[in-house]
Design a protein around this ligand. Structure first.
Ligand code: HEC
Length: 220
């Protein structure tokens, strides 16, 4: 699809060249940072629309994260990690679908996926690479990147908006995404996801991202 000249795109080049000075792929940095302001073309109203959409997107990402966490905890409490694996497989899709309303589509993606349906497209892949650079200790000079680690793209011609928020590997994730997974859990995972790539993560690694898109009703 043709990219609008007005689209507010946090491009790969922009972030790479400003990575040292601005250690966060962060919407607020883009909007406020004068050093990057020249890269953000578009009218004032484009920027206002973008800011509003970023807020909405954060809300939807939090809702999806909260719902998945609650479901996972429930399943683990009632039937252990294996139940969590089953439950997650059964529930992640429908939960995301329920929360995809009013032009929004919400989901999760990663560079290394468990469910092949979550594989990133090319834009998502680029953003994930940037997120992982931000979180890797080698490129992380001093300060921690500002949270949430997020990025977005707005096409003012089509009204289409895309947003991603990094998901970091936490302690509770180790049992199913870490380096030493209990054999019975591993077995259950492989039964449902024979091509599982989503293991071997360390604490604080980029596990994946929430990925959201908004398409205006008129173009649906
Ligand atoms: C009980 C096991 C279990 C635990 C604990 C768990 N996950 Fe998962 N995770 C899964 C399963 C199963 C899937 C595949 C879900 C699907 O089919 O969409 C998955 C998928 C994901 C995905 C989507 C990308 C992909 O790989 O397909 C992300 C992102 C993710 N998990 C992050 C986390 C994070 C962060 C934590 C800790 C807060 C966590 N998970 C804890 C089992 C688990």
């Amino acid at each position: 699809m043709k990219q609008s000249a007005l689209s507010v795109t946090l491009s790969l080049a922009l972030v790479c060249t400003t990575l040292a000075a601005q250690p966060a792929v962060n919407a607020s940095n883009v909007n406020e940072g004068s050093s990057s302001a020249k890269h953000v073309e578009g009218t004032i109203s484009d920027k206002m629309v973008t800011q509003a959409k970023v807020k909405e997107a954060r809300m939807h990402a939090k809702a999806l994260g909260g719902a998945l966490k609650a479901k996972l905890q429930q399943a683990i409490q009632s039937g252990g990690l294996e139940a969590g694996v089953n439950e997650c497989q059964i529930a992640a899709g429908p939960i995301a679908e329920t929360l995809s309303q009013n032009g929004w589509t919400v989901g999760r993606t990663a560079l290394k996926v468990r469910n092949p349906d979550n594989a990133p497209d090319s834009w998502e892949r680029e953003q994930l690479v940037l997120f992982s650079q931000l979180l890797s200790t080698e490129t992380q000079d001093n300060a921690n990147p500002k949270r949430p680690i997020e990025t977005y793209q707005y096409n003012s011609e089509s009204g289409e908006f895309r947003y991603m928020m990094a998901i970091e590997q936490g302690q509770v994730c180790m049992a199913c995404h870490g380096g030493s997974i209990t054999p019975s859990v591993k077995q259950t995972i492989l039964k449902h996801y024979p091509n599982d790539q989503a293991t071997g993560f360390e604490l604080g690694d980029l596990r994946g991202a929430f990925t959201l898109s908004y398409t205006p009703k008129s173009s649906l």
